[in-house]
Design a protein around this ligand. Structure first.
Ligand code: GLY
Length: 349
């Protein structure tokens, strides 16, 4: 096989691109992932990793997508673990919601005090939700290592400038320096998806800032989602607590500002008072990939062999396994587990 010719070329080495590559590699030999910088260092690195299906209700097809992906998660993690020795921090059934709508099992004060002693309820109802979480900063390196063990080829530090097509069929991709031939191209370039010539999709970045806190004493044991203040937090290795997030239309600006870090810290301390004494360990931000209607963009384009897997917005980590799954079904011409009509890339004409 010539070095520059592949069965499938995946643009974007985030969690979506890697998950699509892993699925396609089951049947295709020469699969490549190209990333404009380092794989897994953009939105997937910034993400919280809540695998929550409860906040995603509209439209119904979206919640089926979220539910399917949440169901696939344990097997997806096992599969990655079978080809890497990297540790993945994945926890089952460990989420609480406070002050939100009635979901899952309502806990009384004693149960709350036993399960999550650092939580201050302020009389608000607390629900235990059957929901998993994963630390994306452990998932990403593991998924990339797994992909390398499965002989998926990586091209890094090269920006794709064009999806090359001839008549109505994809021929490959172009970077500033090189042209790669491929009969299949999947655009998984997140917020950058539309910035490629011939992209046939729409995308915009929606910035999210987060902080991690180092508690002075006991840490949290669950994902905690609060409504008032509107804040979520997740346990991280070493007793850290990740707190998020802002939702900002700020273009490709990724700066994290100290005032926002302070207000996230203050919001977290309202829910878990002992966090008032915590130190801010790190601040960061990421660019969520959103489409014009904020729904995912998944499916074939008008160009044969060229597919889009994007627009995952606030749910990319959750939706990665199901995205890989349905893209593999589409590519194989199999019937799709999900109704992808609401996510069609062709809706933006
Ligand atoms: N999914 C978490 C966020 O978008 O903030």
């Amino acid at each position: 096989v010539p070095t520059h010719s592949f069965d499938a070329f995946i643009i974007g080495g985030g969690i979506i691109g890697i998950s699509v590559a892993l699925e396609l590699r089951r049947t295709l030999r020469n699969v490549a992932v190209i990333d404009r910088s380092q794989p897994g260092r953009e939105a997937s690195y910034a993400a919280a990793g809540m695998l929550n299906v409860i906040d995603v209700t509209e439209p119904p097809q979206f919640s089926s997508f979220a539910r399917l992906s949440a169901q696939l998660y344990p097997a997806y993690i096992d599969d990655i673990r079978s080809s890497t020795s990297f540790h993945i921090d994945f926890q089952r059934d460990a989420a609480l919601s406070i002050g939100g709508e009635a979901r899952g099992e309502r806990l009384d004060e004693t149960e709350v005090a036993n399960l999550e002693p650092v939580l201050a309820t302020g009389g608000q109802p607390v629900y235990r939700i059957v929901e998993d979480w994963v630390d994306p900063r452990t998932l990403m390196p593991a998924a990339i290592d797994c992909a390398k063990h499965r002989e998926i080829h990586f091209v890094t530090g090269s920006e794709v400038t064009e999806v090359v097509m001839q008549r109505d069929s994809v021929q490959g991709i172009k970077t500033e320096r090189t042209t790669y031939a491929a009969g299949l191209v999947i655009n998984c370039a997140g917020a950058w998806s539309e910035r490629i010539r011939g992209a046939h999709t729409r995308s915009r970045p929606v910035k999210g800032q987060m902080v991690s806190l180092l508690p002075a004493g006991e840490s949290i044991r669950h994902v905690i989602r609060a409504k008032d203040p509107d804040v979520y937090m997740l346990p991280r290795q070493g007793g850290l607590v990740a707190v998020g997030a802002t939702v900002e239309e700020a273009g490709f600006d990724k700066s994290a500002d100290p005032d926002t870090a302070r207000s996230l810290h203050a919001a977290a301390a309202k829910v878990v008072p002992s966090l008032a004494q915590a130190r801010i360990h790190q601040t960061w931000s990421g660019l969520r990939p959103a489409s014009p209607d904020d729904l995912p963009v998944i499916g074939p384009t008008a160009v044969r062999g060229y597919f889009i897997a994007g627009g995952h917005y606030r749910n990319g980590i959750l939706l990665a396994p199901a995205t890989g799954h349905v893209i593999a079904q589409l590519v194989a011409g199999d019937e799709c587990t999900l109704d992808l009509a609401p996510f069609s890339p062709q809706r933006f004409k």
